[in-house]
Design a protein around this ligand. Structure first.
Ligand code: ADP
Length: 167
């Protein structure tokens, strides 16, 4: 069985992430949406448990049942390759939006292969309509109570709207 891990912060998840995971699910038998518990990134918009719940809800709501049944949503900390080993995954999925993503993604893919030569990284190019999207952009707009409904799945938009007035 071909298992892939799609690691990231997903704070919050966007249509860009959803598109990548759905396309990865067409290639791999199982894809694990792996939410990094990242102590270096301060002030997350959602704590890890909320991020996990929102991603699960969004995947179930937006993907056909046979696709969402093959997508797991889990959190991890530490090295991606260690999580891959734990999950029996030989592939890491990442998305590329622009040349600016390429440099750091290349470095990360090389490092991961040094750490574990059995784990390879597979890149999916962003869909044109999502190429401008990033979690930090959504976070900034949402913090000013702007409309992000074209940028994030409904489950994420609902959870953003449900936040209290304090930012
Ligand atoms: P990280 O914190 O590791 O940068 P993100 O949650 O921002 O993680 O993104 C996870 C992965 O999804 C990265 O490979 C990133 O390039 C990709 N990604 C983010 N936004 C998009 C998008 N709009 N289209 C395609 N891929 C994207």
């Amino acid at each position: 069985m071909k298992i892939a891990v799609y690691p990231g912060s997903f704070d919050p998840m966007t249509y860009g992430h959803l598109d990548i995971v759905a396309r990865a699910a067409a290639v791999f038998d199982r894809v694990v949406f792996a939410v990094l518990v990242n102590p270096r990134k301060s002030a997350p918009i959602f704590p890890t448990d909320v991020r996990l719940a929102v991603i699960r809800e969004a995947v179930d709501e937006c993907c056909p049942p046979e696709v969402s049944a093959r997508i797991d949503v889990e959190s991890f900390d530490g090295l991606t390759v260690d999580f891959c080993r734990k999950r029996g995954a030989k592939f890491v999925v990442r998305g590329l939006r622009a040349i600016s993503d390429f440099e750091s993604e290349l470095q990360m893919a090389h490092s991961n292969r040094k750490l574990d030569p059995e784990v390879d990284t597979v890149f999916f190019m962003t869909s044109v309509e999502n190429s401008y999207l990033s979690s930090s952009l959504v976070k900034e707009i949402a913090n000013f109570r702007g409309d992000v409904t074209q940028m994030v799945p409904p489950a994420v938009a609902r959870r953003l709207a449900a936040r209290g007035p304090s930012l």
